[in-house]
Design a protein around this ligand. Structure first.
Ligand code: NI
Length: 227
């Protein structure tokens, strides 16, 4: 399931992070790439674990924790500290798949990457190219969202970032391990949860069938989830 999370950050929050990134020191993006993806990755990143990456990453994590849509779709168990990248003219990231297991540097934590996320920080009209192309069962989907919006997609997907031909594309990206490993089961839970929310809005939270369906949702989570 590909899902856009609109307005994870407000335009002002995204602009504030962008201003901090514009003054930052960047390193070659190859530092977090594997052997295959390293050969096709041509961009720059904030040094992992730098004070700025940690501070900005905390702001992204706070925004995720405040987003009911993200929590419903991802059912997050462990989230990798957000990374930040920058593509200038001529830079791109060729077709690759993200590593299945990621160790969080400086900690004993490892996570299985069930979901990948890209939070767009530059306004789409400020750069040319730079679309995120994600292959799914319906073909390649081109994603280029307003600043502050995020795309969530299965980490098993092949994907690439088109060459930026002018301007600068700033983004945050990270991975997470979901409590529900299987993408199909997670998508079913998401659909059910969204439908219950809509029913509750029209019928009231205490409507007997809303209560019953809420029970079904939680009992399916018990069946599918690891925590
Ligand atoms: Ni990737």
């Amino acid at each position: 399931m590909l899902l856009a999370i609109p307005d994870l950050l407000s335009g002002a929050e995204a602009a504030d992070i962008r201003a901090a990134l514009e003054a930052a020191d960047w390193v070659d993006g190859g530092v977090t790439a594997g052997a295959q993806s390293g050969g096709v990755k041509h961009n720059r990143q904030l040094p992992e674990g730098s004070a700025l990456a940690r501070a900005l990453g905390e702001r992204v994590l706070d925004a995720l924790a405040r987003s009911p849509l993200f929590l419903s779709a991802a059912l997050p168990l462990k989230t990798f500290p957000p990374l930040f990248n920058r593509y200038g003219p001529g830079e791109s990231f060729g077709l690759h798949v993200d590593n299945a297991i990621r160790a969080v540097p400086g900690t004993p934590v490892r996570l299985r990457t069930d979901l990948s996320a890209t939070l767009f920080l530059s306004e789409p009209d400020s750069y040319e190219g730079g679309e995120l192309l994600i292959e799914d069962s319906y073909g390649a989907q081109a994603v280029k969202l307003p600043a502050g919006h995020m795309i969530l997609y299965p980490a098993k997907s092949l994907h690439r970032v088109e060459t930026v031909t002018s301007g600068t594309r700033l983004a945050s990206f990270f991975w997470l391990q979901s409590m529900v490993r299987d993408d199909g089961e997670r998508a079913l839970l998401f659909d059910l949860d969204q439908s219950i929310q809509a029913l509750a809005a029209s019928q009231g939270l205490q409507h007997p069938e809303v209560v019953r369906l809420t029970g079904v949702y939680h009992n399916l989570v018990r069946r599918f989830a690891d925590s």
